[in-house]
Design a protein around this ligand. Structure first.
Ligand SMILES: [Fe+2]
Ligand SMILES: [Fe+2]
Length: 195
């Protein structure tokens, strides 16, 4: 269950409002009643989520450019933003026989929630910190180096760790699914060769 709290606040009004909406959109996946968990409903929710996420990512990247944040940091942000849509699309397309549609709703919601928690706390919260440091006279590179070294409270560390562990589990599951596909392809090729 993804719940908004003050730990996620960047204190940048536009960004915080958009993050809150993204949290709500991801939670909406788990709120769908079992009887309504259809392919169409899933695609409808994901399409809306992708549209809104794209809009948010663009706004965030425009804001970072406006404040002239470090280029390396902005590249990291851009890469992670692209991975959100890519990874969810890959998961959506990976339909396994054993996995029911209802389970897929929950899995996608858990993945998107973990990604949002990790990315907001670990990456987006660096935005206001870098803006403050640049205002105090640091160069963008110095500001990025300083925020990378900065720690966070035990509560935030725990949230980040739980989210990363879940993303890791999901990545492992994807690797295993790919291995399974490779094995099937290899068996097909061997059978074709022997025929
Ligand atoms: Fe971001
Ligand atoms: Fe964000």
């Amino acid at each position: 269950m993804l719940t908004w709290s003050t730990v996620f606040e960047t204190k940048l009004e536009l960004i915080d409002n958009q993050h809150k909406t993204l949290f709500e959109m991801v939670s909406a996946l788990t709120d769908v009643a079992p009887a309504e968990r259809t392919e169409q409903r899933l695609d409808q929710i994901l399409d809306a989520l992708f549209d809104y996420a794209q809009e948010h990512f663009v706004d965030e990247e425009v804001l970072m450019t406006h404040y002239k944040l470090d280029e390396q940091y902005m590249r990291l942000q851009h890469m992670e933003h692209k991975s959100f849509i890519y990874d969810i699309t890959q998961m959506r397309n990976r339909v396994t026989d054993a996995e029911g549609l209802s389970v897929q709703f929950d899995k996608l919601a858990r993945f998107a929630a973990s990604w949002l928690v990790y990315h907001t706390l670990r990456v987006d919260l660096m935005i206001p910190k870098q803006i403050a440091l640049i205002r105090r006279g640091k160069t963008p590179a110095e500001a990025f180096a300083m925020v990378k070294q900065g720690g966070c409270s035990p509560d935030v560390s725990k949230l980040v760790l739980d989210a990363v562990l879940h993303l890791w589990d999901e990545a492992m599951e994807r690797v295993h699914a790919l291995e399974g596909q490779l094995e099937k392809t290899k068996n097909h090729t061997d059978t074709a060769r022997q025929a």
